[in-house]
Design a protein around this ligand. Structure first.
Ligand code: HEC
Length: 138
């Protein structure tokens, strides 16, 4: 499960046709036990923009992380399911795979795999829960 969710983000910046970065450029952090594949990246991209992951099927990751705004949303604080406002600004995700530091404004997620577990159950984001999402995806 955690594999395809982490690929939600990795998928967006590293497709197979993209030229490799210069040699001195920081490497993308891929988990050793979760190799990146074209099929996984395609699934990750699809799920990133699919509202099926939210409680009422109205909010996707891409609702707040909009490609046209460097994967941010242009608002002072994010707005999720039912119009509920969050408490923090949505960070842009462009080149996020190259970020070698903890994620979220307070650094509470160590990497993209653990970060991707948060939005599904956060009340003012996707407002759902993992058992329900897993059942939907089965
Ligand atoms: C309702 C808006 C909203 C939705 C939906 C949402 N996010 Fe976010 N995202 C945010 C906000 C706000 C933060 C910052 C939260 C914090 O720091 O506490 C954030 C932080 C992040 C970060 C950390 C970025 C950094 O630089 O630290 C990543 C990665 C991310 N989101 C990916 C996702 C993924 C993947 C999904 C879908 C599974 C998703 N987000 C759904 C608003 C949203």
């Amino acid at each position: 499960m955690r594999g395809w969710l982490a690929l939600l983000i990795l998928a967006l910046g590293c497709g197979p046709d993209v030229e490799p970065p210069p040699p001195d450029f920081a490497a993308i952090l891929y988990p050793d036990d979760n190799p990146s594949t074209p099929a996984g990246m395609a699934l990750g991209e699809r799920l990133f923009f699919d509202p099926i992951l939210s409680a009422d099927r109205t909010v996707s990751c891409g609702t707040c992380h909009r490609p046209a705004l460097a994967f941010s949303d242009g608002r002072p604080v994010s707005v999720g399911v039912g119009g509920l406002a969050g408490t923090r600004n949505t960070p842009g995700l462009a080149n996020i795979g190259y970020l070698h530091q903890p994620l979220f404004w307070d650094g509470r997620a160590d990497n993209l795999e653990t970060q991707a577990l948060h939005p599904i159950g956060t009340v003012h984001e996707m407002g759902g829960n993992w058992p329900a999402v897993i059942e939907r995806l089965d």
